[in-house]
Design a protein around this ligand. Sequence first.
Ligand code: NAD
Length: 309
Amino acid sequence: MNIGFIGLGAMGAPMAERVVKAGYPVFTTFHKRREPADALAALGACVLSTAEEVARAADVVITILPADAELHETVLGAHGLAEGFSQGKVLIDMTTATAMSLLQAERALSAVGGRVLDAPVSGGTTAAAQGTLTIMVGGDPALLEECRPLLATMGTRIVHVGPLGQGKVVKMVNQMLAATHLLAIGEAFALGVRCGAEPATLYSVIKESSGYSKMMDLRLQGFLLSGSFLPGFKLDLMKKDVNLALDSARAQGVPLLLTSAVAQLFTAASTAGNGSADFSAAAQLVADMAGVDLSRAGGVKPATRTVST
Ligand code: NAD
């Protein structure tokens, strides 16, 4: 089975590497920077010029792109996947995007007999490198079973969550919670520090208490408590994810009071120059408002500082 892989970023590059190392013939292309494609070629992948060529060469094409606009361009743009698709070929889209954009792609591909699975991921770059991602799959369960061995090269928890588009929905809800938990940690820890608590003490106690969130394990040590904001997961991608939720809420007529505030804080953090930093920089921005630097012993005050990568 020939595999196409498009989107060799922080997530896609290690995921594609695992697919190559599992022995699948892999065809890829490049976008702006050639280096990630060349690195994959050094492991045995074949680099082609366009998404259309990748679709012609592959039986199954995997995409993991930033968001809706890039998915649209890659599938429906000039020399996009749709131009190389034909009967029986499969697209597995792993992008965190809206269900709407995926369904639009599916309409174009199914018109020529193509099939589509929706398969966003959770777990971050470490899980991508280790092949331990959670993969939330929407679409035909029989098609998932056909593709399961391929997905198993990238993830250990492969969950069928419903029809096409439902993977995007589950991922969107996860991202709303992850972003909200992160900023709540920034705000609550800043108050604790202003009241004299040590961030490490707060963490060790709350880890076993009702205020605990897994986000503490993911973003305190190594990021907020060490003052290091190398991504990781880029802040602008989380800003995008929170806005996907607001777009969906608008379409459904659902109020999102907390998520609206969270979106504004991510916009502020991005505008302050942290868009390419890890998304945990937004929690430090919230702590900055309280004059607290979470990375300094005792959270030493004050002046708002700029977080840089
Ligand atoms: P990234 O920005 O590092 O990588 C995106 C890649 O897509 C880049 O290599 C870029 O060159 C490529 N690309 C963009 N437009 C393209 C096009 N038109 N044709 C071909 N390639 C194109 O992003 P990432 O961190 O790898 O995230 C990818 C997706 O996975 C996003 O939807 C993100 O929300 C999601 N995600 C990321 C993480 C994480 O921890 N980084 C975790 C889970 C899910």
